[in-house]
Design a binder for this molecule. Structure first.
Ligand code: SAM
Length: 331
């Protein structure tokens, strides 16, 4: 598609360029704010998976620049915005960039240092892994990215120990979720609901209807009783180090109570092997040969659907008879 044709077809793509946003996603965050008023009173914000930076631009324009231009704003009152991504990005006014992996516990430490040990008021996450084309795999990786972001955020939250200026007792996270087949939305909802009393899935107008992406807007952080942020931190640390995974024996019971919800998941099978969602040509058919379908090795002896099949067969038979009768009467 040419640039002009894309300008015509995608109004948000065109508007983004006209208004100086690096990506059309800026509108998604702005529209989420219209509904949820997410920027109110925010002093410390983290933008996870930030590159190329349109969400960070929104944060800068909405939080940093107005404060900066106010005559009585001291430097110490300026909002702190930390943006994290694997990729570097061009500088943005008032945005501190951290090039790192959001699934790595060390990245959280860096953020906490930038906040002088305080917790974040707002965390936005627009993470999207590189798509492989294997939909189940992509869906899994996407949900893992969000779940990885979740403990990281929790770790951000526990950096409150030495903080005296931290007054906000609630925070929000905004995770972009791209669920290719929709089924994991419920899993994600359940997992996020463990930590937040309000979880809403939002679909901004600028997000195409043809895309099933949605944004989880989570409010009021309230982890379950007995939940230990430190356990999650260690878990993240182990998963993040090459030797750590071997130490990680989930049967040993070092995770207790509600902390057990973070069960390490091991994907099995060769990625280059057969894909269960793909169709493959039948052997011989491409060379003009004749393919012979084999019978099932052992069909079920008494399947529960047997009676239903028999009834259906009988009914079909009945319909055929009626059709024949009605045909005869027409003659
Ligand atoms: N919100 C951004 C904006 O408005 O410009 C767009 C984000 S883009 C859709 C997704 C980003 O997620 C990519 O830049 C990618 O590098 C980043 N990403 C994917 N996995 C990541 C990880 N594990 N840690 C940090 N960033 C990650």
């Amino acid at each position: 598609m040419g640039k002009a044709s894309k300008d015509k077809r995608d109004i948000y793509y065109r508007k983004a360029k006209e208004e100086g946003w690096r990506a059309r996603s800026a509108f998604k965050l702005l529209q989420i704010d219209e509904e949820f008023n997410i920027f109110e009173g925010v002093k410390r914000v983290v933008d996870l998976c930030a590159a190329p930076g349109s969400w960070s631009q929104v944060l800068s324009r909405r939080l940093y620049l107005p404060a900066k231009s106010s005559p009585d704003c001291r430097d110490s009152d300026l909002p702190l915005i930390v943006a994290i991504d694997l990729q570097p990005m061009a500088p943005i006014d008032g945005v501190i960039q951290v090039q790192g992996d959001i699934t790595n516990a060390r990245t959280a430490e860096v953020v906490i240092r930038h906040f002088d040990g305080c917790k974040a008021d707002l965390v936005v996450c627009d993470g999207a892994p590189d798509v492989t084309g294997l939909h189940d795999m992509d869906e899994f990786v996407q949900s893992q990215l969000i779940l990885a972001a979740n403990p990281l955020l929790v770790v951000l939250c526990i950096g409150t120990n030495n903080c005296y200026s931290c007054t906000s007792s609630w925070w929000k996270i905004h995770c972009k979720i791209v669920v290719f087949r929709g089924k994991d939305t419920s899993l994600l909802y359940c997992q996020l609901k463990l930590f937040f009393s309000h979880v809403t899935f939002a679909k901004p107008k600028s997000s195409r209807n043809s895309s099933i992406e949605a944004f989880a807007v989570c409010e009021n952080y309230s982890p379950p009783e007995g939940f230990s942020e430190k356990d999650l931190y260690h878990l993240l640390e182990k998963i993040g180090s090459p030797s750590g995974v071997e130490d990680l024996d989930c049967r040993s019971g070092w995770l207790e109570g509600p902390n057990k919800v973070y069960i390490p998941f091991l994907a099995c099978g060769d990625l280059n092997g057969y894909d269960s969602d793909r169709s493959y040509p039948l052997p011989n058919s491409s060379e003009g040969g004749c393919y012979k379908s084999l019978d099932p090795v052992q069909p079920p002896i008494a399947p529960p659907y047997k009676t239903a099949l028999e009834l259906k067969k009988a009914a079909n038979h009945g319909i055929l008879k009626i059709d024949k009768l009605s045909l005869n009467s027409d003659e």
